[in-house]
Ligand binder design. Sequence first.
Ligand code: BTN
Length: 247
Amino acid sequence: IGQTTIYKKSVHSTQTLAKETYREGTPHGTTVVASEQTGGRGRMERPWQSPENTSISVSIIVKPDISLREAPQLTLVTAVAISDALETISKLPVQIKWPNDIYINDCKVAGILTEMQAESDQMQMMVVGIGLNINQKKEQFPADLQNKATSLYIESGQEWSRTQILQALFVSFEQWYDLWIKEGFTQIRKMWEHYAGAYNQPVKVIQGNDTIVGHMLGINNEGVLQLQDQNGQVHLIYSGDLGLLRR
Ligand code: BTN
């Protein structure tokens, strides 16, 4: 991972550039890294703030030999890889919020956006976009995000080398990705559940106009979230937004 890296000081979106750059011969593990994004994208068409010098924006091109069914697992693999890297480096308590958010002390420190390119049933490549908040101070976040977003700096009180964190992220990603490809999802699921932690807590999932309230049972062997509602019915949640309900 990162053997071939395209580095840009400023770019609209590393995710878009990675997809535009991709050709058949592009090596697995090619990364696009930017110091600043002017049009960073989050999930569900939301904007993603990636200010210069304080954040990391990276998109990793991978070519997994998997079925389309297994594709959503890559987001969970990535969440484990980011959590592992951040916790090892910072010693801060890191938590995963399904499916793609990384939290420290109840505030979001990183997000993942996974996209794929497939032809009929054949996976061609996937692009894993990772946005990390590193050295932002609280007042550098937009007012409406100040209580929801955080950075390693805010949580630890010290500045971090973005190169060092990027390096650690690549090493961790490679390790967890390889394990996933070689041994399947079982080990990833265990680690994911270790970092997610919120079992048997009341949660709500918003899917478009529907809201399901229930208890999180965990993820199944395919990486699909299982939620039990008040009537005992188990729902399989493939996508949506998850919130913890305060007791
Ligand atoms: C989310 O939390 O909704 C996902 C955020 C993903 C942001 C990353 S930053 C690198 C890559 N380029 C983008 O435009 N988005 C992803």
